[in-house]
Write a protein that binds this ligand. Structure first.
Ligand code: AMP
Length: 599
């Protein structure tokens, strides 16, 4: 973290955006932000090698927003994203950064959403468009999107766009953008094709890569919990409660606001917790650390900057409640435990989309981070009972019990019950606000994490797809879903399997090998346009002029209509149920069982 400027103010951002960042609780720029923002503000093209979780969205969004003239109600920036989820997420981020920019308008456009709505929104005038390549292409062709005023173009997750078969669409768009504009390309990896695109369309780009410092963190037990099925706060308290050797903890979050919120919530749950953030002056900061040392506080919730250099030997646990931006920050954070020769524990919360960062951390620290199973209700109950017994045993050894023993005898006699029952009543009373038995359900365990890197690439096909991949459970009989992506249950709540079952209907589409189409293009387009997860897309038959694709029966009209209008490699696919004999059956047909690569 030492190379990171301490302040957004050092990066050249306007007062308005600085005010907004303070309001939303961003304390310091993340490394990718610190490096990209000045370069983009100077107007250079840029290649940023960064993945989700590094703060890359703000890295390109903030400079881009500085260039927007709100008075001109025309698209001045275009951000291309591989999926609709990301388009929405990026648009929401921009909207939050625009809270002090009255009249600023950002519009996400993606497949599967009604054209009528999009056309209405486009005609109202948006300053920034965030869209998936297929839909952006469509609007450009229909001339419902005009890029004449474009100042900035961002390709977000370029390697994912390549992986999903959208790279030709991206190039098509790049060729139709005005000569003079700034281009920023972000990608977690830099495959050859992306490099080629960068060379062709970017002008003397500055390349920014956050290096992963390697470090050893030997004396620390490192585990991660894949966020699923339960709120992080509930998971945190469960974990802290059953952790062996818990003494004190530092919990890391990303924003100042989050330090205060989490401290309040933990206090409400009976923990002695306090926030430590950049808003505290030196004296207040020292006071918090002193209290942690003395045991007046057990938990401190901190941002990276505020926790720099803390050396409190009783810190037995570090919890990365929000995953850090980079490995350097991770190593720095967990170094707050395991001090003065003691063993430390580092617990990392990882959302499904942050799995990649987990793997990066493992690589950089050259140590595996083991998955942590969330303690069950029974585990928590057992721990509480054990602690309770220990407390009772301690009191049994204390002086002056006679007075109380006498009271117990009196109650037993008056109530005509045994001493055991009286003791049970007293034990129940002794629970105070913290019952020994915790109520509620245990969440379903999450499917083990598997990262995108380890997923099969959509371009490679196996004949035998029935075997579940490692990290997946293979369950029969789950129904395909056509729900809109935004409303889908989260991945970990859904059963997963690797090949669709149930009734499938075969459709024909008007694109084939002669159009240069590959299976991955078809899968990518259908997955994105109709919101059908790729695992529910069945066999794809690739012919010269057309193709067939099996989709689950009972497709809603909305999805079918979206697919009718979908284009692959610029060609309308004209999806319809396939009734006739396949074109060239027996000759030229290649039928694939598609490998799953849903996001
Ligand atoms: P991203 O990598 O762009 O998806 O960002 C990951 C998360 O980090 C988002 O929830 C952002 O709101 C948050 N974030 C980004 N930059 C900062 C910052 N400088 N301080 C605190 N949180 C941030």
């Amino acid at each position: 973290m030492s190379s990171t400027p301490d302040s957004f103010a050092d990066l050249g951002l306007s007062e308005t955006l600085l005010k907004t960042l303070t309001e939303i609780g961003y304390e310091t720029p993340s490394p990718i932000q610190a490096q990209c923002i000045p370069v983009l503000l100077e107007g250079h093209d840029l290649i940023g090698m960064a993945q989700t979780g590094t703060g890359k969205t703000a890295a390109f969004a903030l400079p881009l927003m500085e260039q927007i003239d709100v008075k001109v109600a025309k698209p001045q920036a275009l951000i291309l994203t591989p999926t609709r989820e990301l388009a929405i997420q990026v648009a929401e981020a921009l909207q939050s950064y625009a809270k002090n920019l009255p009249g600023f308008h950002v519009l996400p456009i993606y497949g599967g959403q009604s054209y009528t709505i999009q056309l209405k929104q486009l005609s109202r005038g948006a300053h920034v468009i965030v869209g998936t390549p297929g839909r952006v292409m469509d609007h450009l062709e229909r001339k419902t999107l005009n890029l004449d005023n474009l100042k900035t173009l961002v390709l977000d997750e370029a390697d994912e766009m390549l992986r999903m078969g959208f790279i030709d669409d991206v190039e098509w768009i790049l060729e139709r953008t005005p000569e003079k504009h700034q281009t920023a390309l972000f990608s977690a990896t830099m495959p050859e094709q992306i490099r080629r695109v960068a060379q062709k369309y970017l002008v003397e780009p500055r390349e920014i890569k956050i290096k992963s410092a390697t470090a050893t963190v030997a004396a620390i037990r490192q585990v991660y919990w894949q966020v699923s099925g339960m709120h992080k706060l509930d998971a945190l308290t469960r974990i802290l409660e059953v952790e062996e050797d818990f003494d004190a903890a530092i919990i890391f979050v990303r924003t100042k606001t989050a330090t205060v919120e989490l401290a309040d919530k933990l206090n409400a749950r009976g923990y002695a917790a306090a926030a430590l953030n950049g808003d505290l002056n030196q004296q207040m900061r020292e006071r918090v650390i002193e209290q942690l040392k003395s045991g007046a506080l057990d938990i401190v919730i901190a941002t990276d900057v505020a926790a720099r250099g803390i050396d409190v030997p009783r810190v037995s646990h570090v919890v990365n409640y929000d995953i850090p931006y980079d490995t350097e920050a991770y190593v720095h954070r967990i170094g707050r435990t395991g001090r003065a020769g003691r063993t430390g524990n580092a617990i990392l919360f990882v959302a499904p989309r942050e799995i990649r960062m987990l793997r990066t951390i493992e690589r950089a620290t050259r140590q595996p981070i083991a998955p942590l199973t969330l303690p069950s209700r029974a585990d928590v109950t057992n721990k509480r009972v054990t602690d309770f017994k220990a407390k009772v045993a301690e009191v049994l050894n204390a002086e002056g019990l006679d007075f109380f023993a006498n009271i117990v005898s009196q109650i037993a006699e008056e109530q005509d019950v045994g001493a055991e029952e009286v003791a049970a009543a007293l034990a129940m009373m002794a629970q105070e606000g913290k019952p020994l038995q915790i109520a509620g359900e245990d969440p379903r365990p999450a499917a083990p994490a598997f990262d995108r890197d380890s997923r099969p690439r959509p371009g490679s096909f196996d004949r035998d797809e029935r075997k579940p991949r490692s990290g997946e459970r293979f369950e029969r009989g789950d129904k395909p879903s056509f729900e809109s992506r935004g409303e889908r249950p989260r991945r970990e709540e859904r059963p997963t399997r690797s090949a669709p079952s149930g009734d499938m209907v075969r459709y024909r589409i008007d694109v084939g090998r002669d159009h240069g189409v590959q299976v991955k293009d078809i899968v990518g387009a259908i997955a994105n346009e109709a919101g059908i997860e790729s695992r529910f897309i069945g066999r794809i038959g690739l012919y010269d002029e057309s193709s067939t694709v099996e989709l689950p029966a009972g497709m809603p009209k909305e999805a079918e209509n979206a697919l009718k209008r979908t284009r692959v490699r610029g060609v309308p696919i004209n999806l319809r149920p396939d009734e006739g004999r396949p074109e060239g059956a027996g000759a030229g047909e290649r039928s694939f069982k598609k490998k799953s690569f849903d996001r």
